[in-house]
Design a protein around this ligand. Structure first.
Ligand SMILES: [Fe+2]
Length: 143
């Protein structure tokens, strides 16, 4: 018997939006890791690869929650375009917007899963990762 939450369908819908953002983030970071050039490649290639791996892990956690709720997880990424660039500052600006959007989405989900601590615990941890990423990217951009 799957776990039942208040507003079950709405929760699944919002979790699927988060999953779509994670799938998009994976694609975006993997893309930027391939195109970062020059001296910045020494630091940012690994940074982008690590972020792609983190997004893969977040997607897995969100997918597990959706499955436990008896919902159907999306398999396609959020439709927000991924901007192609070889300019590392633009890559980081795009990354910042992505991390801010992801953090906001998890913040929206958190109160919806509050009544079931195993889910709220997982969502808090993912949200913390996104908020840490926002601070890190702002630092990398010199803000
Ligand atoms: Fe994430």
């Amino acid at each position: 018997m799957p776990v039942q939450l208040p507003n079950q369908n709405q929760v699944i819908n919002e979790l699927n939006k988060a999953l779509g953002w994670e799938l998009r983030a994976q694609a975006m970071y993997a893309h930027y890791a391939a195109y970062v050039k020059g001296l910045e490649m020494l630091t940012l290639k690994t940074h982008f690869e690590d972020e792609a791996t983190e997004s893969f892990g977040h997607a897995a956690k969100v997918r597990d929650i959706i499955a436990t709720l008896g919902g159907e997880a999306v398999t396609t990424r959020d439709a927000a375009p991924i901007v192609h660039t070889e300019d590392w500052k633009q890559m980081l600006t795009e990354a910042l917007q992505t991390e801010q959007a992801a953090a906001a989405q998890y913040k929206k989900i958190l109160p919806m899963v509050e009544s079931y601590p195993p889910f709220s615990h997982t969502i808090i941890h993912i949200m913390k990762d996104e908020m840490d990423a926002v601070i890190e990217v702002e630092s990398l951009l010199g803000r």
